[in-house]
Write a protein that binds this ligand. Structure first.
Ligand code: HH2
Length: 292
């Protein structure tokens, strides 16, 4: 349960796919995916984002039956694991089955444009909706993306999608927005969005950022996807400083620690975390304290 979105919220990625850009195939077996999700919760993930279709540049779409087959057993296995569950899908039938299995967040990278039934489903179920900006579609989105001013254009898009969601009956208080780092964007577009993220935050809804292991970090650092944790954290900390609320990451333990320290520093107030030593997991108890 998220009580205060002013605290950074870590959303751990559980990709049940053969072809995701950084961990494709690793968690395709449902048992492995469930164990991975539980490990991410132990590392501090407050949300698990379960996806059965890669949206990496060039990815081919996955059929509904196959996507359902991948994600539903994993969500069912993670219900009660100690985190909110999010379904990363643009198909209403997949979202509906995921909500039935225990998800409370629909993370739709098409921002309700991919399936005409999605808005009504979310309105009807009263769940949280994450609406993300994407230019074009995954198969073609990195072919020479162009904008007038990328931040102004993404902000206008998210504002329009928020208004459409509310018009469809979705509670505005349940909508999160995401600039869609890497979705139809050059490296310069990604950097501009992160540097001016406060302009997206000004829309008044919690902002989600997903920079984790993405190729712009590789271009800047020369690192492979599984070596991009430091770059991921740098971008997350700067996004936090500009007002982002939810951080979608593969490397939960590292991101959590960095965000807790960055948030405490920005606020001048800290929360002591005592890690339990009586279990083999890293479950923690947190007590509020104040630095004088
Ligand atoms: N990025 C990816 C997938 N879903 N959802 C939101 N809201 N924001 C993001 O930035 C975002 C997202 C891509 O990352 P990943 O899931 O690791 O890769 P793939 O799409 O290849 O499975």
């Amino acid at each position: 349960m998220i009580r205060d979105l002013a605290e950074p919220v870590v959303m751990g990625v559980v990709n049940v796919t053969p072809d995701s850009f950084s961990d494709g195939g690793t968690w395709l077996d449902p048992g492995a995916a469930i164990a991975h999700g539980r490990a991410l919760v132990a590392q501090g993930a407050q949300i698990l984002d379960v996806g059965g279709e890669s949206t990496r540049p060039g990815a081919e779409p996955v059929g509904e039956a196959e996507e359902l087959r991948r994600v539903v057993p994993v969500l069912a296995g993670l219900a009660g694991a100690g985190a909110r569950l999010s379904i990363d899908t643009s198909k209403a039938a997949v979202a509906a089955a995921a909500l039935d299995a225990g998800a409370t967040i629909v993370n739709d990278v098409t921002a309700l444009r991919g399936d005409p039934r999605m808005a009504a489903l979310i309105a009807d179920r009263g769940c949280t909706a994450c609406l993300m900006h994407m230019l074009g579609e995954p198969r073609t989105m990195q072919r020479d993306p162009s904008y007038g001013d990328v931040v102004d254009d993404v902000k206008a898009f998210l504002s329009e999608r928020l208004a459409d969601a509310v018009a469809a009956g979705i509670d505005e208080d349940r909508v999160w927005l995401d600039p869609g780092i890497g979705f139809g964007k050059t490296i310069d577009h990604n950097l501009a969005l992160l540097a001016r993220l406060d302009e997206i935050v000004a829309l008044g809804r919690p902002v989600v950022v997903g920079t984790s292991r993405k190729s712009f970090l590789g271009a800047i650092t020369g690192r492979e996807p599984d070596e991009r944790v430091a770059g991921t954290i740098a971008s997350n900390v700067l996004a936090l400083a500009r007002g982002a609320s939810v951080f979608r990451v593969h490397d939960v333990a590292e991101a959590r620690d960095a965000l807790l320290v960055a948030a405490a520093t920005l606020r001048g107030r800290w929360l002591a975390t005592t890690r339990s030593t009586t279990t083999s997991t890293t479950s923690s108890t947190t007590k509020r304290s104040r630095q004088s």
